[in-house]
Design a protein. Sequence first.
Length: 354
Amino acid sequence: MSSYKVVIVGGYPPPFGGITVHIQRLASILSQYYDVKVIDFYGKSTAADTPRRGIELIRIKGNMLGNLVYAIRELCNGDGIVHLHISAGSNLLRILCFLSARISKKLMLTIHSGSFAARLSGQGALARSFLRWMLQWFDRIIVVNPEQQQMLKSLGVLPSKVVIIPAYLKTAVEQLPSIARRIGEIRSRNQVIVISSGFGLPHYGYHVIIQALSVVWQDKKVALILALYNTYDRIYLDELASSAEKLRHLEYVVLKDSQPEEFNYILGQCDTYIRATTVDGDSVAVREALQHGVNVLCSDCVARPEGTQLFSLARGGSLSKALELTSGSKRQVSPQQDNARKLLNTYASVRGSD
């Protein structure tokens, strides 16, 4: 392992899902080549942290101001790379931390959220100018889809600074006997198992899935699994449960905050994965489902990987028709590129750009 330092800033599990799992896998890969530190600005974990081989984890919680000063000191301590991961944006204190880190370190940024482009397009001239000024300090900006790349280009960010690397990092599927038993029980009661995942929020479109299942496969027993994590809209979830309860052919299962290895195993045991989001970045779950050979149906709100079947949220019945077409479809693996090497090459490029 090199003594060259990499400091990753963003969420780290728990909670699981979204950016946190990507950072966990990225840190594990980088630790084979660099001295890795993760600064978790979200600080949501209440569990005792277990040791992570080759990775130092610092959670910024409690005394926010004191910890922020500590974080700035850590970011500015010695040479290396600081890599910020954001969803749709970042607060001012975090931006100031990173600008201070520019004194001694290289800066990288990854933008994960699909709502980034929409939010940026709605900003006024002053806000866009400030963002352009901020982004000029980063040596490399990683985006996860072409829409984000195009938005940065329209903002005036140098194309040479921007690279598209989807967030998917391949991981081994573990055999989990207790989870296998539970999925086996669900399978014994149902002919089809459908799964969706994400935050427990309306823009993930779970109501669209239930609506579609109310008109298709009524002659079959169907299980719908929602693997939810991190954020929950209680009123919305209650409405989903009420709607699902009215469908006699549907078994409705909600899983909350599953471990990544648990979700990955469950995903591989299902027949169809549905991503009904109104906005999106580049869903890791979609690529994992394709890797498993699961039928994958996605809304067309962004570019999707090859192998997915698209449906339109703007056209009523589009998902229902897509589900009917998948009936009886054979599993077909769509191998997904493991982006670890591309990320490592990007780090090497930034490190060598002195």
